[in-house]
Design a protein around this ligand. Structure first.
Ligand code: UD1
Length: 427
């Protein structure tokens, strides 16, 4: 298995191009199932999960072609066309490897009137149910059965009727599935307390470009008036605000100065506010955002929350940053119950972190010492990279496949701003 080796202590300086957003790409790709015309997505990141999703689409009878497959190309273009669906089943073998596969449930149900999807596994960050996905679809008229580890959903008469659903807690995935199911309903579907993440705005904008009628985009109430059919479109995937925030943390911990090219400040205000709290200077530039830091980070108090709150996907990276802070930082994880798996690994590098239930207190230390560490999930892996960039000596991050799920050409982007980092290929 590949390994990433970092010799820490280099100050990051320069420009980092931000890729298309993984979490947007993985909800835009299933939109191709909603029409018999081609959907072309630009600025797709080169990531294992995007390729995996392409394979899932192929299994359902949707063809995919990719331009920009050369290693030096950033921002690939994929055209997906589901002229006719040949299957409405997302099998266990695919879904267990890629949790986002659950996002074919809504579109298959909308287009074919039925869908059978394996219950997902995915990242080991706590118990991740899908009951809200199913309840929203039921509210729109779907009949749902669970059997042998699969969800089978049917729209009586081949089409969802419409209806109203209020989410008891904000769910990104369930909002995405419900919106994709609703766009081809016979009637009107209303979602209340819907997630408002920028990736959901991206999804809604793409669906509107395909002919969907959606009101309230970017708010917690989405009203979707079903249409008889959608058409093809060409759509550009938004910039990855989590990737941008991760590199911002790397810049702060190394007391560096980087420009995150392509990042949009309006989509990551909670992250930028937290960086300012830590003492960073943040400026809008023509092409993105500049993050500069001198001295050690000041302590932060952060609690994860649905957008526009502080993203759970940024918690691990900020925690790594806080390990070299000047005082005690306090973190509260409210979205997932088991998202501190990076803590024991960070401790191997000399961090002082105490976890109690959903909170963690990080006391800044003078220095970290490189160590062999193991990635446990995508964002946890990034926290180890961030710590490694500032640690004395060598850090070896194992199980790099987690990083490959979410960070396009990580080592290349970091090398270009001065990091001493390399991938050691197993093969
Ligand atoms: C969540 C994050 C998202 C992040 C992603 C990957 C939020 C609101 N969501 O999205 O930002 O990119 O993880 O790390 O921050 N839940 C249920 N039943 C359901 C679905 C969800 O109880 O059917 C609960 C979950 O257990 C969790 C909360 O709702 O506590 C939010 O989950 P959800 O937003 O659906 O998770 P993801 O879509 O994976």
């Amino acid at each position: 298995m590949d390994q990433i080796v970092i010799r820490g202590g280099q100050r990051l300086k320069g420009r980092i191009p931000i890729s298309g957003a993984k979490n947007a790409a993985l909800t835009l790709l299933p939109c191709a199932l909603l029409t018999d015309e081609p959907l072309t997505l630009r600025n797709l990141p080169r990531l294992a999960d995007v390729d995996g999703f392409g394979h899932l689409l192929n299994q359902l009878g949707c063809s995919t072609t990719i331009e920009g497959s050369r290693p030096e190309d950033f921002g690939r273009v994929m055209t997906a066309r589901a002229t006719t669906l040949t299957s409405t089943v997302a099998p266990y073998d695919i879904v267990r490897k890629m949790r986002a596969s659950i996002l074919v449930l809504g579109p298959l149900l909308a287009r074919a009137g039925e869908a059978t999807v394996s219950l997902p596994g995915g990242c080991a960050i706590g118990n991740r149910p899908i009951d809200l996905h199913l309840k929203a679809l039921e509210a729109f008229g779907a009949e749902i059965e669970l059997a042998s580890g699969y969800v089978k959903a049917v729209a009586p008469g081949g089409r969802l009727a419409g209806g109203k659903f209020t989410f008891p807690v904000v769910s990104v995935g369930a909002t995405e599935n419900a919106v994709m199911a609703a766009v081809l309903a016979k009637g009107t579907c209303v979602l209340e307390n819907a997630a408002r993440e920028p990736e959901i705005v991206d999804l809604c904008n793409c669906l509107v470009a395909m002919g969907a009628h959606i009101e309230g985009i970017g708010t917690e109430t989405l009203t979707i008036e079903g249409v008889d059919r959608l058409h093809g479109a060409t759509y550009r995937v938004m910039a990855d605000r989590i990737e941008a925030g991760s590199y911002a943390c790397a810049a702060v911990i190394t007391q560096g100065d980087v420009e995150l090219v392509g990042a949009k400040a309006s989509e990551m205000e909670a992250t930028l506010a937290a960086l300012r709290e830590a003492g960073a200077t943040i400026e809008d530039t023509k092409g993105g955002i500049r993050v500069a830091m001198s001295g050690r980070a000041q302590p932060v108090t952060l609690s994860t929350a649905p957008y526009p709150g502080f993203a759970t996907d940024m918690q691990a990276q900020f925690m790594a940053m806080a390990t070299l802070g000047t005082g005690a930082s306090l973190f509260t994880e409210t979205i997932f119950e088991n998202r501190y798996m990076h803590v024991p690994e960070l401790a191997r590098m000399g961090c002082d972190i105490q976890v109690k239930g959903r909170t963690a207190v990080v006391r800044g230390v003078d220095h970290l010492i490189g160590a062999p560490v193991m990635a446990t999930d995508l964002r946890a892996s990034m926290s180890l990279i961030i710590a490694g960039l500032a640690a004395q000596g060598q850090t070896e991050v194992n199980r790099v496949y987690h990083l490959d799920r979410g960070y396009e050409r990580l080592e290349e982007k970091l090398q270009a701003v001065g990091a001493d980092i390399e991938r050691i290929s197993a093969g």
